[in-house]
Design a protein around this ligand. Structure first.
Ligand code: ADP
Ligand code: MG
Length: 708
């Protein structure tokens, strides 16, 4: 296509360069300061910024503006568009966009489930500009990233608690730095680089699969003769049609200031990945929602459909979203990057150990944060991280922790108490080397960051990132408090740090696992270690309301008990609705597609059997028809079974729907309906293999998975 990235990058973003040119110098500086340090923006200043934004957006062809917000029930950004048009005076209208329009919105949006935080009658919800995430133009609309709260101040979105969690980890990180004599660091930034996986299928074929259209995944489909067993798709040459699609999305994303960096084919056929360069968490996650949006819309343009569901095809790898996460000081020091000299590593080891301790303490919460209806099919299925949370460190770091734990504090102190006697100068090189990587770990250290791999491809990863940042913030705080207590008791600072560190390392040992996370031995071992092995998603949701979770979220100021309760109501409700849709679609398709098609084929076989009788003597005819008779019987048995199960499923749904509690209802759907979906599917897939291909109207896996 010959696009110059340098020229187009950020073209549609109201970024620093644009602000510098379009805002008066002092206003520009105030805005920059607010972006960096936070604080209230005055309405006067907001008016100036809004005016500049409007002019810029009009030049880009925008006619509308919108506050983009992230209700926690859905994983895409929600938008309500308003045009710039003012009230007409003498038949003339003007383009208007004021500071007030920029700062705050009141989308009705009362139909989003709020878990009881907003009664529909008084459903006031407000959106407030997130000044730290850039404004951009998408199609004909000026888009303003916003936080979404109720009239009474509770968060109704994923961005608000994420921003709070980022603030919490920053505050506690800075306090910790002071312990090491650092007086300069003012902020710690949490970074994320989300790797987005997705499938592409042909649009024509997609439109013939109501299950894909309504539930995002195929609810039946026999395995194709060739799946992913040869691994020949992985990193393989990209097909021209897909390549054209990728080029298109890259250009759009670059224009939106998103550094689409890596693109490649993934393990499964028709599966791909796009990874941007990491950035500050709230911006990276806003961007990820944009990436998902652009992927979907652009696919349509190319006669394709982008599937973001975690498990669109049974028996074929699903899609995840690896969250590469790190903490970096405002001076650019990555706290997860081991230093070259032993004394530089004190802080690194400490933050590492605190992270492990946080993951250990809140493992179930992290598992929850990565759980949704779709991801349930993927986690623990030998293709994605296991459903049990553990953390991989690699040989070198494991040795370091072991050394710290086993040695006496005196042995660890260098003469002059300057640092620790640990020769880990070569850790960075060793770890970044791919040989010391473990793809089966849900939370793996990868040299200068942790990679949280359990998150699903369709999720808004803010849920996972806010839980992680908040958990680490709590742990850093606890650590500092314990060290301070020891110092107050007369312990020398470094000795106090070492004592607490060693205690933490000992306590969080259960979570540390470097072996094969896919193996059955690990499942047994994890249970022995007392790790949580629960697999039912609606039950996993309970962990939001565990006392340790509530305490952690409240003490870090990220979410209140009321907000957590509301979120859980919505989680259960959403879970139920998704299975409900799947059950309806599968029931309908079974009754009006599968059974009629199989019966038509069966009738043609019966016809054949009768005609054989006309042609041959009775004995010979029945011998010659034996194969057909078998198939006729097989079809009768399977279609009978399917019909019975569909009826049973309808009844089971009626019973479940009467359950008042959202939790119990979701559990009923999980325990009763999901197994029925699987049982019905089994027989449909068998029928697909025997029924004449000519009359089977629904595109098969082999057609869906291979794009020509
Ligand atoms: P992988 O080999 O794990 O598939 P990719 O290149 O696909 O790696 O993606 C790695 C992601 O990690 C990218 O988004 C990259 O920007 C991000 N990343 C690299 N370093 C850091 C860091 N220090 N903190 C957070 N993310 C990082
Ligand atoms: Mg990758």
């Amino acid at each position: 296509m010959g696009v110059n990235i340098e020229k187009v990058f950020g073209e549609n973003v109201f970024d620093d360069a644009v602000m510098k040119v379009r805002l008066p110098k002092s206003d520009y500086e105030t805005v920059k300061k607010l972006m960096y340090e936070g604080g209230e923006i005055t309405e006067d200043l907001a008016d100036v910024v809004a005016q500049a934004m409007k002019e810029w957006a009009l030049e880009k062809g925008a006619t509308h503006f919108t506050h983009v917000f992230q209700p926690y029930v859905i994983s895409v950004g929600a938008e309500k568009h308003d045009s710039f048009a003012s009230v007409p005076i003498d038949g003339k209208i003007e383009n208007t966009f004021t500071g007030k329009d920029l700062l705050m919105g009141e989308p009705d949006a009362s139909s989003f489930p709020s878990g009881g935080l907003r009664a529909t009658c008084g459903a006031r919800g407000y959106t407030a500009w997130d000044i730290t995430s850039p404004v951009y133009v998408k199609e004909d609309t000026l888009c303003i990233p916003t936080a979404f709260c109720s009239y009474t101040g509770e968060s109704l979105d994923t961005k608000t608690p994420l921003l709070k969690a980022m603030h919490a980890v920053s505050k506690q990180g800075v306090r910790l730095m002071r312990l090491f004599g650092d007086q300069d660091t003012k902020r710690i930034f949490s970074y994320v680089g989300p790797e987005q996986e997705y499938f592409l299928v042909d649009r024509e074929k997609y439109l013939k699969r109501p299950d894909l259209m309504y539930s995002g995944r195929t609810l039946f489909g026999a395995m194709p003769p060739k799946g992913q067993e040869m691994d020949d798709h992985y990193f393989g040459a990209i097909k021209p049609r897909v390549k054209a699609f990728m080029e298109d999305i890259n250009v759009q994303l670059w224009k939106l200031g998103i550094t689409a960096k890596t693109e490649h084919n993934e393990v499964a056929p028709a599966q791909h990945e796009i990874a941007p360069i990491f950035s500050i968490s709230n911006v990276a996650l806003d961007n990820n929602l944009l990436v998902m949006d652009v992927l979907k819309k652009t696919a349509t343009k190319h006669g394709l459909v982008c599937l973001l569901h975690e498990k669109p095809f049974d028996g074929i790898n699903g899609s995840g979203k690896h969250n590469n996460w790190s903490l970096t000081t405002d001076d650019g020091i990555n706290l997860f990057k081991p230093g070259k000299k032993p004394e530089e590593n004190k802080l690194f080891q400490l933050v590492l150990a605190c992270t492990m301790a946080a993951v250990d303490r809140h493992a179930v919460l992290l598992r929850l944060a990565a759980s949704n209806t779709g991801n349930d099919h993927r986690l623990g299925a030998n293709e994605a991280p296991p459903a049990i949370i553990s953390s991989f460190l690699g040989t070198q770091l494991s040795k370091v922790l072991e050394h710290l734990e086993k040695s006496e504090p005196e042995d660890l102190m260098l003469a002059g108490k300057q640092g620790m006697k640990l020769d880990i100068a070569r850790i960075p090189e060793l770890l970044i080397d791919n040989t010391d990587r473990n793809r089966t770990s849900p939370f793996a250290f990868t040299g200068n960051r942790f990679e949280f791999r359990a998150v699903g491809s369709e999720a808004n990863c803010a849920s996972a990132m806010l839980a992680l940042n908040a958990a680490v913030a709590e742990q850093l705080k606890t650590f500092k408090t314990e060290v301070d207590a020891k110092i107050a008791d007369g312990k020398e600072t470094f000795a106090a740090i070492l004592e607490v560190l060693r205690k933490d390392i000992k306590e969080c040992k259960a979570i540390h696992f470097d072996g094969n996370g896919y193996s059955d031995e690990w499942k047994a071992e994890a249970a022995r270690r007392g790790l949580d092995c629960e697999t039912s998603v609606p039950v996993i949701f309970d962990n939001y309301l565990k006392e340790s979770s509530v305490r952690m979220f409240e003490s870090t100021g990220v979410m209140t008990r009321k907000e957590l309760e509301a979120r859980n109501e919505v989680k259960w409700e959403t879970y139920t609705k998704k299975i409900q849709i799947e059950a309806r679609v599968l029931g309908d398709l079974a009754m009006n597609h599968i059974i009629p098609t199989a019966t038509r084929y069966q009738t043609s076989l019966i016809d054949n059997v009768y005609k054989m009788k006309d042609l041959f003597p009775a004995d010979k005819a029945s011998a010659l028809s034996s194969r057909n008779l078998e198939i006729i019987e097989d079809i009768a048995n399977r279609t009978n079974f399917i019909k019975e199960k569909v009826d049973e499923m309808v009844e089971a749904r009626k019973v479940a729907n009467k359950i008042e509690s959202e939790r119990e209802k979701a559990i009923a759907y999980h325990d009763k309906i999901v197994p029925m979906l699987e049982a019905i599917r089994y027989h449909i897939d068998k029928l697909e293999l025997v029924v004449d291909d000519q009359i089977w109207t629904l595109p098969k896996y082999r057609e869906l998975l291979f794009i020509r």
